[in-house]
Design a protein around this ligand. Structure first.
Ligand code: HEC
Length: 135
């Protein structure tokens, strides 16, 4: 009897979770689009576009963590798993044409390991491991 209660408890918990958590698209709209705009084009040069270049960047290992260490990502109230989902959504939605074929989605573990080390100077890191903006 106790085992059944425990199983039911976890089932309820899991269902509740599904009902409460928002989709990556909704989280993008809630937590990123205020600056990057719903279409992801941003407002260069003040706010960069999230189209195309991020996909190319994924050929450089150091740039995987960059995506979640920029202040806008790092400091969002989203959980590590939700932030991983949002960043992967941005990559597949806005960068489908430029993502390398062997791209592995960013994992919640990678986000947990790196988001705490916020980039004080994102541009410096971007230039060091990738390149300057193109606009
Ligand atoms: C308050 C405005 C703001 C919000 C909110 C914001 N960003 Fe940003 N984002 C910026 C700015 C400005 C930059 C340029 C780097 C910097 O100065 O932080 C940037 C840079 C980036 C970059 C690097 C782009 C490049 O080409 O180098 C990524 C990726 C990114 N943001 C993702 C996100 C995601 C994902 C969210 C939501 C979880 C988010 N941002 C929320 C303003 C914002």
């Amino acid at each position: 009897m106790r085992a059944i209660t425990i199983v039911l408890f976890f089932l309820l918990l899991a269902t509740g979770d599904i009902a409460l958590s928002a989709s990556p698209r909704t989280n993008y709209l809630l937590y990123c689009s205020g600056c990057h705009l719903p279409s992801g084009i941003g407002n260069p040069p003040n706010v960069p576009t999230l189209h195309d270049e991020l996909g190319r960047m994924m050929t450089a290992e150091e740039m995987r963590s960059y995506l979640v260490r920029v202040p806008g990502s790092s400091q969002t109230p989203l959980s590590d798993a939700e932030l991983a989902d949002v960043v992967n959504w941005v990559l597949y939605e806005f960068n489908a044409g430029t993502l390398p074929e062997d791209f592995r989605p960013i994992s919640a573990e990678e986000v947990a390991a790196s988001r705490g080390t916020i980039l004080a100077d994102p541009l410096k890191y971007r230039i060091r491991y990738w390149k300057d903006y193109d606009f």
